[in-house]
Ligand binder design. Structure first.
Ligand code: DGL
Length: 274
């Protein structure tokens, strides 16, 4: 039996479109409803309590209003600090965050036993990536750096050039620069925006450091969860995506396609009140 109810994807704003892109690539027959809380972003600099309250309110709306069959928390910050309350608040609708899949990608990529995670302040402070990596492989060394400026750079479309290189050097040199004896060989991009900066970061760190993000592993986890619960949509006449934002739909239409990798028209985007 085919289940055509949409998958809900929640993010603080635009960045989660990188995750939606991977979800669609993995499951082209599924329908999606994306909700970006653009009125209240960024989440990455806010307290865990505030992020939990915002994320809970927004994703409950996805379930109530969007009639979704599963919720993906595409925002790393919300996945880091609010996954427990979100799971409880949305039950029995299954919920998947991006931290555990991202941690898994990092663990399988590392050869020298040292993994670095870059993320927002809130994600680093919450330590969820460190816990998730250690839950899989306790002996791994994990280093974290908050790269707050990368979010603004990606949203500005500044993904290469001297300003990006300088910012990347400033953030990453303490871990990777000079003659660091046991520098990490793997860098987890623990924020929705950072995959856009991957080419610039790779150019700085060189081929010995592998960059991984959670988008593909999250998409795989979602596909497995749907299959296990008999929730897959197998009817080929689907594959629709609709978008909801809490503010600035014009900005979402303008900046979103850079993250989504496909056009977004204003007719696809609805502005809602939470
Ligand atoms: N979506 C957030 C994350 O992945 C980044 C943007 C924000 O701070 O709201 O952590």
């Amino acid at each position: 039996m085919s289940d055509a109810r949409p998958i809900g994807v929640f993010d603080s704003g635009i960045g989660g479109l990188t995750v939606l892109r991977a979800l669609r690539a993995r499951m082209p027959a599924e329908n999606f409803v994306y909700l970006g809380d653009t009125a209240r972003l960024p989440y990455g600099t806010k307290s865990a309590e505030t992020v939990t309250a915002y994320a809970l309110q927004a994703s409950k709306l996805l379930v109530r209003w969007g009639g979704v069959k599963l919720v993906v928390i595409a925002c790393n910050t919300a996945s880091s600090v609010a996954l427990g309350p979100l799971s409880a608040g949305l039950a029995p609708v299954p919920l998947i965050g991006v931290v555990e899949p991202g941690a898994r990608a990092g663990v399988s990529a590392s050869r020298n036993g040292h993994v670095a995670v870059i993320a927002t302040e809130g994600t680093v402070r919450g330590g969820a990536y460190v816990r998730a990596i250690h839950a899989i492989k306790p002996e791994l060394k994990v280093s974290q750096i908050a790269c707050t400026l990368f979010v603004a750079l990606a949203e500005e479309g500044w993904i290469d050039g001297p300003i990006v290189q300088e910012a990347a050097k400033r953030y990453l040199d303490p871990l990777f620069g000079g003659k660091q004896a046991a520098a990490p060989d793997t860098l987890v991009l623990g924020c929705t925006h950072f995959p856009l900066l991957a080419p610039a970061i790779s150019a700085l760190l060189g081929p010995k450091v592998q960059l991984v993000d959670s988008a593909a592993t999250t998409a795989e986890a979602v596909a497995l969860e749907l299959a296990a619960n008999n929730l897959l949509c197998t009817d080929k006449n689907n594959g629709r995506v609709s978008f909801m934002v809490t503010d600035s739909p014009e900005r979402f239409v303008r900046v979103g396609p850079v993250f989504f990798g496909a056009p977004i028209t204003s007719g696809d985007v609805e502005t809602i009140d939470l």
